[in-house]
Design a protein around this ligand. Structure first.
Ligand code: BES
Ligand code: ZN
Ligand code: ZN
Length: 485
């Protein structure tokens, strides 16, 4: 499907016209469209209620075209998320009606918040059009070939397209099962994307990982026959400020069985998604590089499987880490924080990151606390956090900050080791995150817990059920805040 900005009004070849309309909104469409909508409103056949959908026909230059009307609800209660959802609904309806060429008549001026309409329309439509059908014999049969809409801001349009494309890359990664996405395959994939999008990449194998002293990461990885990979992606777009570096560290456990602290069969059935954080940072790097942002970003993934075997680490083991701290392994299922401990430490020590953000499907507790749509956040630095919060408003990805109180440290104390990888007392999302924070020293740090957000059971209309690509757009906007004006 192609997406196009057009200058003229209704293209003659369009077989359907889409209109997204709030209640009582002024009608500024071409005469024939305005006329028909006015008469529908007058007869109360369409009022613009939230989620309202009406399909009718319009005769225009002797041609009949479908007219798809989508309601946005009250204008004063409008949010950018509602606009995105309405666009998703329009796309889904057009596909169902087997439309070939859709023209979106709504300009959405003033309805897209801080984003330009061209960006939001492109982003939402391309996100809504996503389907993971790689493993289906019968592929998506959409007839939709072209969507056009009025707009002039090519730059915003391109940015929106890039962000959807990058998010969809992350969604493909999350949806790909672990038999087809081992750590080596993930690393190779990142290498391909590095070439395609224009960033540098280094990949360390299991020998180098051990040589560098990444013992916490290695202990998690060593039980599997599929060897781990440590992936470093670098994009230096701001050569004048080479030492201003944002590190994005993504959890890349390509399969989490729990290890010897084995999960239940149900619990492990979705654990191909435990590399969701790595998908977010790979996607974000693609977008950052494609948009040639004037910033420096290093993305890091410690990719491995967490599998029980005769070589696997044991509950009760005391292991080391690159930072030199020892860790008691209470549960081999609290593996993400072990891989991330070495990855964030590496970011600070070897890549000299000015700030570190880790993003991870870290705790089931985060699903219990915040559900499937809200990312739990810990932040050690106010300025860094404020930038993230602003970015999440642009992406419409919800975040919620959790407190870092000193007493939570009790949860990961152990009498015989410097740290324990889990403990009692609840607040698992906070204590799990704070454990990772022990490895960044004084570097400004953010932790995002996206457990349950990478792959969802609820249809958001512009992001359907299944993989969401959560994080990609927020991380892109976050990186962009470091661009010099
Ligand atoms: N990958 C899981 C977290 C998870 C759970 C993600 C459900 C998505 C859906 C993580 O490695 C894990 O197993 N965490 C444990 C931690 C516990 C042992 C302290 C958990 O949440 O139960
Ligand atoms: Zn686990
Ligand atoms: Zn895990």
């Amino acid at each position: 499907m192609e997406l196009k900005l057009v200058a003229q009004k209704v293209p003659p070849s369009a077989d359907a016209i889409g209109v997204v309309l709030a209640k009582g909104q002024e009608l500024d469409f071409s005469n024939s469209i305005t006329e028909i909508i006015e008469s529908l409103i007058e007869k109360e056949q369409f009022v613009g209620d939230a989620k309202e959908v009406l399909v009718t026909y319009i005769k225009d230059e002797d041609e009949y075209r479908k007219l798809i009307l989508i309601g946005l609800g009250e204008e004063d209660k409008l949010t950018t998320e509602k606009v995105r959802m309405a666009l998703g609904r329009l796309l889904n309806k057009a596909k169902k009606l087997k439309v070939k060429e859709l023209y979106i008549a709504s300009s959405l001026a003033g309805q897209t918040g801080e984003l330009k309409p061209e960006a939001m329309i492109a982003e939402s439509i391309l996100l809504a059009n996503y389907k993971f059908d790689k493993y289906l014999a019968k592929k998506d049969e959409s007839k939709l070939e072209l969507i056009s809409f009025v707009g002039a801001d090519e730059e915003a349009f391109e940015e929106g397209k890039t962000l959807a494309e990058a998010t969809n890359i992350a969604r493909d990664l999350v949806a790909t099962p672990s038999n087809d996405l081992t750590p080596v395959i993930l690393a190779d994939f990142a290498k391909e994307k590095a070439k395609e999008y224009g960033f540098d990449i280094d990949i360390f194998d299991e020998k180098k990982i051990q040589k560098l002293g990444m013992e916490a990461f290695w202990q998690v990885a060593k039980g599997s026959d599929n060897p781990p990979r440590f992936i470093i992606m670098r994009y230096f777009g701001d050569k004048k400020n080479k030492d201003n570096i944002t590190a994005l560290v993504g959890k890349g456990v390509t399969y989490d069985s729990g290890g010897l602290s084995l999960k239940s069969s149900d619990g492990m059935s979705t654990m191909k998604t435990d590399m969701g954080g790595s998908a977010s940072v790979v996607g974000a790097m693609c977008a950052i590089a494609k948009q040639k942002l004037n910033v420096n970003v290093v993305a890091i993934v410690a990719a491995c499987e967490n599998i029980p075997s005769a070589r696997a680490y044991h509950p009760g083991d005391i292991i080391g880490s690159m930072a030199g701290k020892t860790i008691h392994v209470k549960s081999t299922d609290a593996e993400g924080r072990l891989t991330l401990a070495d990855a964030v430490y590496y970011a600070v020590k070897e890549e000299k990151a000015s700030r570190v953000l880790d993003i991870a499907t870290l705790t089931g507790a985060c699903i219990a606390a915040l559900g499937q749509r809200v990312t739990g956040v810990l932040a050690s630095d106010e300025d860094f956090y404020q930038r993230l919060e602003n970015s999440s408003k642009l992406s419409d990805e919800l975040i919620w900050r959790l407190p870092i109180f000193d007493h939570f440290k009790e949860a990961y104390k152990h009498p015989e080791a410097d740290l324990n990888n889990t403990g009692e007392g609840g607040a698992g999302t906070i204590t799990g995150g704070m454990f990772i924070g022990e490895f960044v020293e004084d570097t400004p740090w953010i932790h995002m817990d996206i457990a349950g957000k990478t792959y969802v059971g609820k249809d958001l209309e512009y992001i359907g059920k299944g993989p969401t690509g959560v994080g990609v757009r927020t991380l892109y906007y976050l990186a962009k805040t470091y661009q010099e004006a």
